[in-house]
Design a protein around this ligand. Structure first.
Ligand code: E4P
Length: 220
């Protein structure tokens, strides 16, 4: 399962990219606004693209197909490798169908159920983003939903990629990987939590302390 970073924060993206295992970035209008409500969106997107270079999903804000397609032209004029993030609404699916005809990659976002996921796939989505944390927020098991969707993909042999999104903690990443999601897009703080284990820190402290002991004996 690939790991993308889910943020618009340049410092976090810079550090995440240096870690060596991040293959993409997802953004959304809320993540961009959180960093700076006056952010120059085009510049920020280009800065992010320069840092990671792999997958970068950029979300449209229109709710009508024509408006979405106009935004797509603009985003692709910034950089042609963009993946276009489109909301899971009927007009969005219609835009996805059109973009798929043009071989433009799309990421259908705000997917919360297997039937929404099937519709997004059938419209021609390249990626389907299943929001886990927001499901748990309303007491619906995100583990069950991601598992059901991944099982459908296996049975039906669908070739679109499932992105586990709205990740709030490392257990979501584990659930997504066990279910068979292709990608998890993970906030920076959760990426750092994924790497931490107290026994790693304790073990390293002990190795370094023992090494220092050896050195001081040698120098006596
Ligand atoms: C990613 O594509 C989504 O925009 C993101 O994961 C949403 O996460 P949230 O539910 O924590 O806002």
């Amino acid at each position: 399962m690939e790991i993308y970073v889910d943020t618009a924060n340049i410092e976090h993206i810079r550090h995440a990219a240096e870690l060596g295992f991040i293959t993409g970035v997802t953004t959304n209008p809320s993540l961009l606004a959180k960093e700076d409500p006056n952010v120059d969106i085009k510049q920020r997107i280009l800065d992010i693209h320069k840092l990671v270079g792999g997958h970068l999903s950029v979300e449209v804000i229109s709710t009508k197909k024509d408006g979405m397609l106009k935004e797509v032209d603009e985003i692709l004029s910034w950089f042609p490798e963009a993946t276009i993030k489109i909301p899971m609404i009927p007009e969005g699916l219609s835009a996805v169908r059109e973009l798929s005809r043009q071989n433009i990659p799309t990421n259908v976002t705000l997917v919360f159920s297997p039937t929404q996921a099937i519709a997004a796939h059938n419209a021609g989505a390249t990626y389907v983003s299943v929001f886990m944390g927001r499901l748990d927020d309303i007491s619906q098991s995100s583990g069950e939903v991601i598992y059901d969707i991944c099982e459908i993909w296996d049975v039906q042999e669908y070739d679109s990629q499932i992105i586990a999104a709205s990740i709030r903690h490392p257990m979501h990443v584990i659930d997504a990987a066990k279910a068979g999601a292709d990608i998890a897009t993970v906030p920076y703080n959760v990426i750092m939590q994924m790497l931490k284990h107290p026994l790693t820190d304790k073990g390293l402290d002990a190795f370094l302390a023992d090494y220092d002991k050896m050195q001081s004996k040698r120098n006596k």
